[in-house]
Ligand binder design. Structure first.
Ligand code: G6P
Length: 367
């Protein structure tokens, strides 16, 4: 276990590596000269690139949540229609897709059996396939027509952390790249590049919430159910936060679009069921605030992940974990940090084996 260095668990080491792994994902890929991103291994001709009119993203687990963030990113930055589907489902569907639909597989390990099978089936049907992958030379990296590596280094903790944030960073760069071949101006492209350059520092700042997260974890570690709620870009992050908690602490957690909770999960709300709200400042802030008030009105404790110094949130939530301000499309990466730490700290308090949770495997090679 020498690879852990001074860290008690791989998961914690990997959480703390993120400022660096994000910088590695971006290194050499953002060019000021043409205000876009470049990738060595996409293997797309200029004509193929222009013809892409739809993207189907497919993955499992945490990688699937990164793909869901990708849907929002591609829609906003590249104006491309995206469908996200679990690899295990895509494979047995027969969705109508034309030749200009690119299939993008996301996978940390590059060995997940369902994702590999979905990729093979897509290739068989004549689609161009791309992969966003961490493990160099893995099956999916080799079999896809082209792809982008994360360069995040080995991820050992079974619960994926740094791979998720790097996947989202690569998706942002891909959206920039595709957007720049379509409608994004060089000024808009340059702004995205500047935002991305500032990201590792924002993540470093976000990590400073750790001590506070520890105290919050101690308050809620006895919970049997936890809700995670967010909207738009932060809806997939709510799913990911819930997955992290489930995976390593065995506490039941559900992620939901914050407004949709009133159509079911709100029935679970009581003084013993905390809700984690993702509510940094942004276009849906007021809407999420009113969802948060609905939960408070029903006696549910609220933990808010919010912009540093936000008094409006502090007036409603029981606990506030502060994150630095970043543009909305980068909030998934920054808000993921406190959720990873929260899951980690709760799991420790529950006495769970954080790096090797029961029944889970780092890479699932059966379908
Ligand atoms: C397993 C792991 C998860 C991971 C998922 C997909 O379930 O425990 O952490 O997100 O597989 O793995 P992949 O390597 O394809 O990203």
């Amino acid at each position: 276990d020498a690879g852990r260095g001074a860290y008690p668990h791989y998961m914690l080491k990997e959480i703390y590596e993120q400022p660096e792994t994000l910088a590695n994902a971006m290194r050499g890929r953002l060019t000021e000269a043409d205000s876009t991103a470049h990738f060595g291994g996409l293997n797309l001709s200029a004509q193929q690139l222009r013809q892409i009119d739809r993207v189907v993203m497919t993955a499992c687990g945490t990688s699937y949540h990164a793909a869901m963030v990708g849907e929002y990113l591609f829609e906003e930055l590249a104006r491309l229609p995206v469908e996200v589907e679990y690899a295990s489902e895509l494979r047995y569907r027969n969705p109508p897709m034309d030749r200009n639909t690119v299939v993008l597989a996301l996978t940390q390990s590059g060995e997940t059996a369902d994702t590999l099978a979905a990729l093979r089936e897509s290739k068989r049907m004549g689609h161009t396939t791309l992969a966003i992958c961490n493990a160099v030379g893995s099956s999916i990296a080799r079999e896809a027509d082209g792809g982008v590596y994360l360069h995040a280094g080995a991820e050992i903790g079974v619960a994926s952390t740094k791979a998720f944030t790097s996947q989202v960073a690569v998706l942002t760069m891909l959206a920039l790249y595709l957007g720049r071949t379509r409608h994004l101006s060089s000024t808009q492209g340059q702004r995205i590049i500047d935002d991305l350059h500032a990201l590792p520092e924002a993540v470093r700042q976000a990590l400073r919430c750790h001590d506070h997260v520890k105290r919050v974890a101690a308050k809620y570690a006895h919970a049997k159910n936890v809700l995670y709620l967010g909207r738009q870009y932060l809806y997939p992050v709510a799913l990911e936060g819930a997955l992290k908690l489930k995976e390593i602490s065995y506490i039941h957690a559900e992620g939901y679009p914050a407004a949709e909770m009133k159509h079911g999960p709100i029935a679970l709300v009581d003084p013993n069921t905390p809700s984690v709200f993702l509510v940094p400042r942004g276009s849906v802030f007021d809407k999420v605030m009113s969802n948060m008030q609905e939960i408070k009105a029903r006696g549910g404790p609220v933990i808010a992940i919010a912009s540093a110094g936000d008094r409006e949130v502090a007036a409603v939530a029981d606990d506030v974990i502060a994150i630095p301000d970043v543009p909305e499309y980068l909030q998934p990466i920054v808000t993921a940090i406190p959720l990873q730490l929260l899951a980690y700290e709760v799991a420790l308090l529950c006495g769970c084996d954080v790096d090797k949770p029961r029944n889970l495997a780092k890479s699932v090679t059966v379908e």
